[in-house]
Ligand binder design. Structure first.
Ligand code: FAD
Length: 471
């Protein structure tokens, strides 16, 4: 241990190595329920330092866990078996903004919202906007292939990343994948690294696409009696060929938690954002007018519309603060992010209601309704073991329902430690073994972010059926 610390201090400086109990505790968890104490936390400032840390950890036979801001919701940044947690918060420079080509080159520890803030004066923005964007890092977004409220029209992180630099395990060699021009020859390794949850390589530089702000933006807030008419309005909007930039829903319980005087008696609320030329938004037969007409036709009883940024932000505040607000309802919150085909959202919402009754746990749900990505928050008190067990079982029942409805386990939060046991519900043994071969090609000793993403041991596809209580 002494030798390890000395070597790490020699690489990153003593102020970049954390070993003491209290400071280490900060890095024990992310925003999920799982915990694991790192042996040491190290904060490099350059790719060369990352590579040297990788080599040192390998020499010492220790696992490495990459970490951004620790806002992950699936346990991805948790050091399950200890080892070196490599945190990117000092790799936080926006290296280059290329206005002519509308790209930016950033280090992985750049906070998502900072990039948009930097380029906003030029009428540009970085599209993927997880609700955690004031805190989460672009490196963490790449690892989780993060989505966000405004990803319906423009796509999730993978649609906005052009190139990556990454450090390989265990050699510390640096690889570059992708590039500013499309269609690079060879395998699409960039597609592989985006969403690989820190299990294949450590990303040290990211080239992203920037988008031009639309001339006009309008946000509509529509209150409904329940989630079924709201879901039907969502299907009708998309069915009309309209693709709003955002199409979000909160159920009644979430609305009551966040509303603070706004629509507290609603059974469901939709937030719909449309972009375009001002003339389009003003057009009485344009998409904005059609969205409002569809909401009314599906029983919306309160419709508000905002154009000015401050007014739109006021409408968005409720949705963006949803997860935090649920903390006022229960000490613990177990959130999933299964996806179902959009037309199956009403069936899933009905099943979630039934699961809440069956397991005796309150469930507050908000969702990226436009792409069927549903966030049921199972509320519980971890100090009561029986309640924690029921919360886990309820989450598991919801994920089974997602798969039964033709969906997937996770739309954006990743599998991490939280859902690894369920991978064998979704993938066959052959699927899992093929994925394992990819993992071993990148990380032959399985030292990079071990015990994540795949069922253990050995990706063999066994079902760990029993509910594991969160925490
Ligand atoms: C209130 C709240 C709202 C959220 N809303 C959304 C949302 O709308 N959409 C969404 O997608 N997510 C959301 N999340 C989840 C979370 O913010 C995202 O998963 C985010 O991408 C994590 O970024 P991070 O910097 O915190 O990464 P961390 O939590 O630190 O790490 C996440 C994963 O990335 C890996 N990793 C981090 N950096 C690197 C790197 N440089 N190289 C390789 N691997 C790396 C880690 O090993 C880990 O597996 C939300 C979370 C919270 C708490």
């Amino acid at each position: 241990m002494k030798l390890l610390i000395e070597r790490l201090c020699a690489i990153v400086g003593a102020d970049g190595v954390i070993t003491s109990g209290a400071a280490l505790a900060t890095y024990e968890s992310d925003a999920s329920q799982d915990r694991g104490t790192p042996t040491v936390v190290v904060l490099p400032r350059s790719t060369a330092e990352v590579a040297a840390v990788v080599r040192t950890a390998h020499e010492q036979g220790l696992p490495i866990v990459p970490r951004g801001a620790g806002t992950g919701l699936s346990g991805g940044a948790v050091a399950v078996e200890g080892g070196v947690v490599l945190t990117t918060t000092r790799l936080n420079r926006i290296q280059r903004v290329d206005l002519a080509n509308r790209i930016a080159v950033v280090e992985p520890g750049v906070v998502n919202a900072e990039l948009t803030n930097r380029v906003a004066p030029h009428g540009l923005y970085y599209a993927p906007d997880p609700s955690s964007q004031p805190a989460c890092t672009i490196g963490g977004n790449v690892a989780e292939n993060a989505g966000g409220a405004h990803c319906l029209a423009h796509g999730v992180t993978t649609n906005h990343v052009l190139a990556l630099e990454a450090v390989l395990i265990p050699s510390g060699q640096v690889v570059r994948v992708g590039g500013p021009a499309p269609d690079r020859p060879g395998y699409d390794l960039m597609g592989l690294l985006v969403g690989s949850e820190g299990t294949l390589a450590i990303v040290t530089e990211i080239t992203v696409r920037l988008l031009v702000r639309a001339e006009g933006v309008a946000t509509v807030l529509a209150a409904f009696d329940g989630v079924v008419p709201a879901s039907e309005a969502v299907s009708a909007i998309i069915g009309q060929g309209i693709v709003p930039v955002a199409l979000e829903m909160m159920d009644g319980m979430t609305t009551r938690a966040v509303a603070a005087g706004l629509l507290e008696d609603a059974g469901a609320v939709l937030l719909i954002e449309c972009e375009g030329l001002r003339e389009e938004l003003d057009d009485k037969e344009g998409p904005l007018a059609t969205v409002q007409a569809i909401c009314r036709a599906h029983g919306a009883r309160d419709l508000r519309i905002a154009f000015a940024a401050a007014d739109r932000n006021a409408l968005w505040k409720a949705r963006k603060s949803a997860r935090g607000a649920l903390g006022t309802l229960a000490p613990n919150c177990y959130v999933h992010d299964g996806v179902v085909p959009r037309s199956k959202v009403p069936a899933l919402m009905a099943r979630i209601e039934a699961v809440a009754a069956e397991f005796g746990v309150p469930i507050a749900t908000y969702l990226h309704a436009g792409d069927g990505n549903v966030h049921p928050n199972v509320l519980f008190d971890a100090r009561r073991p029986a309640e924690a067990e029921r919360a886990a079982a309820a989450g598991e029942a919801i994920l089974r329902a997602c798969l039964a409805l033709g969906g997937v386990l996770s739309g954006e939060h990743g599998i991490g430690t939280e859902k690894q046991a369920y991978m064998s519900w979704a993938l066959t043994g052959t699927d899992l073994r093929t994925q394992a071969r990819v993992k071993l090609a990148f990380d032959p000793d399985e030292r990079l972010n071990p015990h994540k993403l795949f069922p253990t041991p050995g990706f063999c596809g066994e079902v760990r059926g029993a509910s594991r209580p969160p925490g």
